[in-house]
Ligand binder design. Sequence first.
Ligand SMILES: NC(=O)c1ccc[n+]([C@@H]2O[C@H](COP(=O)([O-])OP(=O)(O)OC[C@H]3O[C@@H](n4cnc5c(N)ncnc54)[C@H](OP(=O)(O)O)[C@@H]3O)[C@@H](O)[C@H]2O)c1
Length: 379
Amino acid sequence: MTPVSYSRMGSAGRPVFVTGAAGHVGANLVRRLIDDGVRVRVLLRREDNNEALDGLDVERSFGDVRDFNTIGRALAGCQGLYHCAAKVSTVNGDRRHRREVFECNVLGTRNVLQAAWEAAAGRVVVTGSFSAVGYKLDDPSAPSDETLQFYPMERTMPYERSKVLVEHECWRAAAAGQDVVVATSCAVVGGNDFLPSRMGRTLCDFANRKLHAYIDGGFEFVAARDIAEGHVLCMQRGRSGEKYIFSTEYKTLREILDLFEDVTGVPRPRRQFPARLMLVFSEVASAYLSRFHPSFPQRLTPGAIRLLRQRRHADISKARRELGYRPTSIRAAIQEAYAFHCHRHAITNPRALRSGVGRAEEGDGRCPEQGMTTRGSSV
Ligand SMILES: NC(=O)c1ccc[n+]([C@@H]2O[C@H](COP(=O)([O-])OP(=O)(O)OC[C@H]3O[C@@H](n4cnc5c(N)ncnc54)[C@H](OP(=O)(O)O)[C@@H]3O)[C@@H](O)[C@H]2O)c1
């Protein structure tokens, strides 16, 4: 059998298919593919916020990954598929929520893989989550690589469990002969965050001086452009049936807030609450909200706090060695995110703009409004 050249995929002829293209990862990936001269077809949900695709030269198809037939029709004629769509959530939620997470993520992935197989669409790159990667039980903060099995004997979020099952769908398909690679993402930071993400909302709250305290803990973060690059590398050079972890840097929350301070010029909150204390509070608040106000947005959930407390580190040597992955920097990703949210006027506090000269340097991605302020114009 002649090997398929994935490096040329989508550059002529058949388009590459991207699910979840309106989301944070998808929006960055689509832009990266367009920059590479790749022809792209996206899957969107008609009734949702699809601003991320406005003005982009892509083919649009509409459907829900839970509906096998629409996926099959939507990807007809495509060669190469990036499956980024998922219900991303850190809440335990009510029954309805948990069912939605399972159906979108696990059954949705099964549908996408099956439809790609039937359409002979070639390689499928599926976005995985670092929360579904295992860790050393005696030392959860020791760097985890792709070989560590998820530990299911502990309270975990429905989303985490669903992403483990997503991988299971991928390995099942790969064992049956399908060409599948998993691109495992850590917490994403960066621009083109239209929905926006939890990290994006936290940055906006910070710059608008609505963030008054933080907790201890840390996690692996990946720049939006690095995870887009990771997906492309998986498509071009990944081995079928394998997963690759993509991270940019490990940061404590305090370090992230120090970077926010540097980039926005707004001082970080000085009050730090112990994560253990916040966990007790968030258990009660989250259970109440999930039961009585299930659509109320929850930020510091028990699941998120648990992950932060574990201070999980990622070992990305496999992606470096096999794919030539080279991470950029989280500071640059935060600058890009800040510029993006300023541009969209999601950062509105004039004090943030006035003091925003900060320590960021010229031409580093600060918002245009901020630059005008430093030259003495009114806000
Ligand atoms: N963001 C992170 O920090 C992070 C970390 C680890 C892994 N990941 C993984 O990265 C991938 C992308 O996440 P993201 O951060 O880009 O999330 P996101 O911004 O919430 O975007 C998810 C996208 O998936 C689409 N989607 C969800 N359910 C769908 C369904 N049933 N049918 C069709 N489309 C559906 C959403 O469409 P609508 O806009 O119509 O809702 C949205 O465009 C996911 O697989 C996620 O698990 C993300």
